[in-house]
Design a protein around this ligand. Structure first.
Ligand code: AMP
Ligand code: GLY
Length: 424
């Protein structure tokens, strides 16, 4: 079967790595991919957001199955276009991806179907939002409705900060069109966790837990990023909690989406806040997390292509997943300055030595092929050094052994990935 993976990050490299192992995969393509996917797949000179470019390639090359990594092409309707062509794909339609594309849509769905989440209201003009803030008080959270590359959420400690957040999003248009509408919601206390389930429209299959590290620097300091590291399993979501999340959040979402005429297919990635009362939904993403996907692919024993196909074909009720018991950990290496300004084009050496460490795979994110077989940095998050081990200390020792073999003075990483699991 001819498979196309859409995207260019560490998530997509890990998907290519896992899919390439499937005996079902005869040819693998990645649009546009990176220097890592080039070793496993044929990279295409087509950007992930170039829907017509992707559709043209799929038609001309009789692609059998398309796996969509990032949210932008999902929200823009790539899966709808593939459906119209009769080509199978993994990922939600635009109507399904609305769960990530519009926070207001998701909050309304939660209200209608009794899914626990922070109290909220939605606003399309600033004065009414400020009136709501004045009556509810702080702390309070102001969110741009649409996609804002993970930056559209402002946690406000006092009412003046919240007024300023409303102005920043709605008047200064800091997130462009994403802020035409906003959600203002209650500040939730508790411990954050992520939960992932595959969904085929009707049935859901929970995946293993994975914990991300969102802040740029050690000790969870510094600005929010796309994710600086991850590990799996995540001790905070035990079996009892996973059962509750399925029953109270995931299942009602699937039923609600089907009832709304938007049957959801793909991955539901739930951001949760857990306290003594139980789990509450903070937000949904409708794709694999990055770098959470890397640790999951490292632990998955089942044929991933079979699993993603079962999801696309509505066969999840009959699908079982097999996982390695081991712990997987990813340490992200980013260009100095990320998530702010950073340099591209610097050379990365030592990748071979790092990859040769026992239990280690170096997934590429923002990399490109340089002259004479060199690899150069081509983005903010550049590598996802991923290791498997019998426990957190072993996985962590291996990951950092590999990190230390990588010779890239212009890069940095957090040195404390997994600290919560170790503290427990
Ligand atoms: P989101 O993009 O919605 O996941 O929000 C980014 C981060 O903001 C989350 O990971 C939480 O740490 C925080 N956050 C979002 N909403 C809330 C809330 N209602 N209460 C507390 N923290 C929140
Ligand atoms: N690692 C967070 C995300 O993929 O959104």
């Amino acid at each position: 079967m001819k498979v196309l993976v859409v995207g260019s990050g560490g998530r997509e490299h890990s998907l290519c790595w896992a899919i390439a192992k499937s005996p079902k995969c005869s040819e693998l393509f990645c649009a546009p991919g990176n220097a890592g996917t080039a070793a496993l797949a044929r990279n295409l000179d087509i950007e992930a957001e170039d829907l017509s470019g992707i559709i043209g390639f799929v038609k001309d090359n009789a692609i059998d199955f398309v796996v969509v990594g990032p949210e932008a092409p999902l929200v823009a309707g790539l899966v709808d276009k593939l459906d119209a062509l009769g080509v199978k794909s993994f990922g939600p339609t635009a109507a399904g991806a609305e769960l990530e594309g519009s926070k207001a849509f998701t909050k309304d769905l939660c209200a209608k179907y009794g899914i626990p989440t922070a109290d909220y209201d939605r606003f399309d003009e600033p004065d009414a939002a400020k009136e709501y803030i004045r009556t509810h008080g702080a702390p309070i959270v102001v969110k741009a409705d649409g996609l804002a590359a993970g930056k559209g959420v402002i946690i406000c400690r006092n009412v003046n900060e919240a007024y300023a957040a409303v102005d920043q999003i709605m008047i200064e248009e800091a997130f462009g069109n994403a802020g035409t509408e906003i959600v203002v919601e209650e500040f939730l206390e508790g411990e954050e966790a992520s939960f992932f389930a595959l969904v085929d429209g009707e049935s859901a299959l929970p995946l293993v837990g994975a914990q991300d590290h969102k802040r740029a620097h050690d000790g969870d300091e510094g600005p929010n990023t796309g994710g600086m590291g991850a590990y799996s399993p995540a001790p905070i979501v035990d079996q009892a909690m996973a059962d509750r999340v399925m029953a109270e959040i995931i299942e009602p979402t699937i039923k609600g989406m089907a009832a709304e005429g938007r049957p959801f297919k793909g991955v539901l990635y739930a951001g949760l806040m857990i306290d003594d009362a139980g789990p509450k939904l903070i937000e949904y993403n409708t794709r694999f997390g990055d770098p959470e996907c890397q640790v999951m692919m490292m632990r998955l024993k089942s044929d991933v292509l079979e699993v993603l196909l079962a999801c696309a074909e509505g066969r999840l009720a009959k699908t079982k997943l097999k996982w390695r018991d081991d712990v997987a950990m990813t340490v992200v290496m980013a260009a100095k300055g990320y998530p702010g300004k950073y340099k591209k084009g610097t050379e990365i050496k030592g990748l071979g030595a790092a990859d040769a460490v026992d239990g280690v795979v170096v997934f590429h994110a923002g990399t490109a092929a340089g002259p004479d077989g060199t690899v150069i940095a081509n983005g903010g998050r550049v590598l996802g050094v991923t290791a498997i081990g019998k426990d957190v200390p072993e996985a962590r020792a291996r990951a950092y052994e590999a990190v230390d073999l990588i010779d890239w003075p212009e890069g940095f990483c957090r040195r404390d990935i997994g600290w919560r699991a170790i503290k427990r």
